[in-house]
Design a binder for this molecule. Sequence first.
Ligand SMILES: Cc1cc2nc3c(=O)[nH]c(=O)nc-3n(C[C@H](O)[C@H](O)[C@H](O)COP(=O)(O)O)c2cc1C
Length: 192
Amino acid sequence: MQILGAIEKRRAYRALSEAPIEAEVLERIVRAATLAPSCSNNQPWRIVAVTAPDRLEALKAALSSGNYWAKKAPAIAAFVTDLSWDARLEGGRDYALFDLGQAAMAFQLQAVEEGLFVHPIAGFDQAAAKRALGIPDSLILETLIILGHPGDPGSLSEKHQAAERSPRARKPMADVSAADAWNEALIPPPKS
Ligand SMILES: Cc1cc2nc3c(=O)[nH]c(=O)nc-3n(C[C@H](O)[C@H](O)[C@H](O)COP(=O)(O)O)c2cc1C
């Protein structure tokens, strides 16, 4: 098992081709998401995998302008939940969003395994995206995950072309992890 290799291979790339994704590939990716662990096995994730041209077009109209690159995507998955579908424990422990995130990561890793680019986004108009897919307004459409085969970086803005080639940006391990006990270095500096 080369799990760390797959995790390292995943990057939020944007240069997509419009080539379609085979139905069975998409099915394997969605299945991977549903194999994620969840609190009390509540499985609070709901995934709407969109490939029909009319639905895709309506969904793409809800993207923020900075996510112009996602308009080439042949498939977009909507990750939906409701806080009441999973445990809600004291101290702000809402497990629906946590477990939805775990499903989203399994989804992304399987997409990488299938040779695809896979990129979660928060930059969309939630109400418009829900309308496009018929998702009830009361639910949380937490993220859209953009899928596509690798394409031509020349279709991207200069900034995004540079991001495509950039090394991965991560905080130092000591800022985000500690051995044995909490320490003050784990508190993020105030946002400027
Ligand atoms: C919940 C979430 C929302 C994101 N929203 C956007 C977005 O709207 N547009 C975008 O271009 N990238 C978006 N990203 C991608 C992140 O910017 C990217 O994952 C991060 O910069 C780390 O880069 P890496 O994934 O290549 O390691 C999002 C990622 C996550 C997990």
